[in-house]
Design a protein around this ligand. Structure first.
Ligand SMILES: NC(=O)c1ccc[n+]([C@@H]2O[C@H](COP(=O)([O-])OP(=O)(O)OC[C@H]3O[C@@H](n4cnc5c(N)ncnc54)[C@H](O)[C@@H]3O)[C@@H](O)[C@H]2O)c1
Ligand SMILES: O=c1ccn([C@@H]2O[C@H](COP(=O)(O)OP(=O)(O)O[C@H]3O[C@H](CO)[C@@H](O)[C@H](O)[C@H]3O)[C@@H](O)[C@H]2O)c(=O)[nH]1
Length: 440
């Protein structure tokens, strides 16, 4: 099938590449010439395991092309995926300007029947706005071309994006048109050979499903974070509690890890946007308000523990930081808890030496050459001259360190662990002070 992808970011690039991988003829459009220039050379602008090889393989096979030419992409695909960003507006609601611009571009350039698929995370009612924008552009051209709008939200996780797309738990398709539904079924047939994964519903329900999923996951995390903080005060161990409740199949083990707060480009913005949608309709989502507040506070948890140990004047202190990305296997720093910690430490007068396996370049892009942040090229180098170690991202390479080396390098042998990577008893037996989240 001929497919066009509008917006070649995390979602667009993964979607386009995975659809090419199963034999489709895909054109990916982006307005960012630097991005498209890199992609044409087979280089990917993001860190995502497995993606670069796949891009190169499909490019070489001629099934995956990249362009900045709107007319080319609008003419190419019978299915036109819209995968542009929907960042938060000033009031937290989703900014739909890129979605509407993409819809207009399709309307201005399409030459035959198209299925326009909202892949971006968009508030309920956006499909109607997309439809109206395309219709308006067609009218301006005096064209009576037919088209359908479908909602097909994406559930991939960064760091596991290719795997998530190739082996989805479910594929949600919101549609009101039989021809479009058939095309979507045909498109996704290669991804559901084992069992039916396509869940077909009306458009508004599909749009809401995406926000509901992220809001539910964020709620579990904030709940566990609050419980971890309570466990600490009560002298209970949140790891035991996590096992104790996760074993109930109604609860399950996933997304029950307490930590130093959730970040990334999705949970924070989607939790906010859903509240804005509700408020615009006269409803307060009180649970989500609490989820957001608890998360904002949790992002300060390591700073709080550090100042409890060293006092609130940290001038002259240097903190070693392991991990900068908002989660492992990505270079994404959007809403990363590390940023709250770094900026908080600076405010208290401390400096930071930091290491991350993938996010160094991105961190440098954000903070430039600020002398208060030293970016180093190994976990060991971060420890040099540091007073203490703080861990923010659970990269695999941090899981089994040489505690002797940590102890001998740090001025004060103390670890603040925002991801509960180690058995507290084991760390303490090595002569280190250890402050995890909610553990004894
Ligand atoms: N990142 C994720 O893990 C993830 C997962 C599921 C859903 N989503 C949702 O998918 C959407 C895209 O997210 P992302 O992380 O891929 O964003 P991104 O910022 O990485 O990429 C968006 C791309 O769209 C391009 N763009 C903007 N306007 C354009 C236009 N008119 N024509 C062509 N290109 C245009 C931008 O240049 C950018 O490259 C968002 O709504 C997001 O909430 C993201
Ligand atoms: O038990 C857990 C699980 C996650 N996190 C944190 O939650 C954030 C988000 O993690 P994750 O969901 O793995 O990453 P994302 O790539 O942001 O993926 C989420 O957001 C995407 C964009 O909407 C959705 O497509 C995915 O289904 C959804 O998981 C990160 O900061 C994690 O550290 C925790 O603190 N505890």
């Amino acid at each position: 099938m001929k497919i066009s992808i509008i917006g070649t970011g995390y979602v667009g690039l993964v979607t386009g590449t995975c659809l090419a991988e199963v034999g489709n003829d895909v054109v990916c459009l982006d307005l960012d010439e630097r991005k498209i220039g890199m992609l044409k050379q087979g280089q990917i602008p993001i860190y995502e395991p497995g993606l670069e090889d796949m891009v190169q393989r499909n490019q070489a096979a001629g099934r995956l092309r990249f362009t900045t030419d709107v007319a080319e992409s609008a003419a190419h695909g019978v299915i036109q995926f819209v995968a542009v960003g929907t960042p938060p507006d000033e009031d937290g609601s989703a900014d739909l300007q890129y979605v509407v611009a993409a819809a207009r571009a399709i309307g201005q350039n399409m030459n035959e029947y198209k299925v326009i698929v909202d892949k971006s995370t968009v508030p309920v009612g956006t499909a109607d706005r997309v439809r109206a924008a395309v219709q308006e552009e067609l009218q301006k051209r005096g064209s009576k071309l037919d088209f359908s709008v479908v909602s097909n939200p994406e559930f991939l996780k960064e760091g596991a994006a290719v795997e998530d797309f190739m082996r989805p738990d479910r594929i949600v398709v919101g549609t009101d048109n039989a021809k479009a539904t058939d095309l979507m079924r045909a498109l996704y047939a290669p991804f559901q050979r084992n069992h039916e994964r396509l869940i077909v519903m009306d458009i508004k329900s599909a749009e809401l499903t995406k926000y509901a999923a992220n809001a539910m996951l964020a709620t579990r995390i904030s709940f566990m974070n609050e419980l971890a903080n309570l466990a600490e005060i009560l002298g209970a161990d949140i790891e035991h509690v996590r096992h104790g409740i996760g074993s109930d199949p109604r609860i399950g083990y996933h997304f029950l890890y307490p930590g130093c707060g959730y970040g990334g480009s999705c949970f924070p913005k989607d939790v906010q946007a859903l509240q804005r949608t509700a408020r615009a309709n006269g409803v307060e989502l009180q649970v989500l308000k609490a989820v957001e507040d608890a998360n904002d506070e949790q992002k300060h948890i390591l700073l709080k523990k550090i100042t409890q140990k060293f006092g609130s004047d940290l001038s002259g202190k240097r903190i070693a930081l392991w991990g900068l990305a908002f989660k492992p296997n990505t270079d994404d720093m959007r809403e990363a808890p590390s940023r709250v910690l770094i900026e908080g430490l600076w405010k208290m007068g401390a400096t930071v030496s930091a290491y991350d396996p993938a996010a160094m370049e991105e961190t440098h892009r954000i903070y430039g050459d600020d002398p208060r942040l030293k970016l180093v090229d190994s976990p060991a180098a971060a420890l040099a001259d540091a007073d203490a170690l703080a861990i923010v991202t659970e990269w695999k390479e941090f899981r089994a360190p040489d505690f002797g080396v940590i102890k001998s390098n740090l001025k004060t042998p103390v670890i603040f662990d925002g991801r509960n990577l180690y058995e507290p008893k084991m760390v303490r037996e090595q002569g280190l002070e250890y402050f995890p989240i909610g553990r004894l």
